[in-house]
Design a protein around this ligand. Sequence first.
Ligand code: 2P0
Length: 324
Amino acid sequence: MSATAIAHTNIALIKYWGKADPALRLPLTNSLSMTLDKFYTQTTLNLQASDQFFLNNAQQTGQSAERVFTYLHRLERRLQLPTKHYLVNSINHVPTSAGLASSSSAFAALAAAFAQLHHLDLTKQELSILARLGSGSATRSIFGGFAEWQTGTDQTSYAIPIDEHPQLDLQLLVVELDQAPKKISSTIGMQRAQTSPFYQTWLDRNPSEIAQMKAAIQAGNFDQIGKLAELNANEMHALNLTAQEPFTYFEPATIKLIKLVQDWRADGLACYYTMDAGPNVKILTSLKNSKVIRQRLAQLLPSAKIVVTNFGPGVKSWSNSDME
Ligand code: 2P0
């Protein structure tokens, strides 16, 4: 018997950037994301005599394997299941060129495959809580389209669907500018950001930013979604620049592209940017403008790699029979 799950990555438009409880991965603010169609993780779990983790068919040892098995055994204890050992096979369908973190899809897929293997009949809310214990952003990858992860307690902090099938003319261009692994992990970055003199303002503004984003989604207002996402990303990165010690994920090419997006917008092209814990830029635009933006990118940043993404689905899981 084995179980398989597929989960897609997501990009936060209103970002999670601070933990209230690191062990339980409870966030200090709500966050809101779009799940992407092009990037996903497929994970198969089998029971076997010892723990083994393969990522893209290569056996992993060290930190990444330890994180996976610490997580699976934590789920066993939490759900009062006997200790087992697992063969974990994950394939990351994230183009190596995309430079996207995959922990959101990885832990959403792992949580769903675990629940399937153990025949746990969980709601998506319960699955989102389990995913949270692996990685905060994984809560939101349980759902497709737009999802919101809420603050709360261990039992109440999970993601909820906002609109799983948005009928919105929105494309996200993932522009890879730099493939170097990030020097400051999200966990450390979040801790340092909390020392910024603007951190309290970040917390205070969150309820209204979330409410405005939800209203913009409901109204199908692309410009308002883009403006709010760009402002929130700039706020997150301003925290990093004003932390004690200050740091930034930006590289020179990040700034170059931010300025290009601002120039294109001044020229009448509807486009907005967002960035996460790395130097790459994601451009929110419409189908109509996507082509001309890609042409300009190819001209002005010829070494950048671009992946065009749209809304992706929520997590899926199934059992495989012994015959397969
Ligand atoms: C987000 N990020 O909302 C934010 C914005 C990056 C920038 O969530 O420590 O891997 O495992 O809970 O989810 C990336 O951090 O962090 C992230 P942990 P995670 O998507």
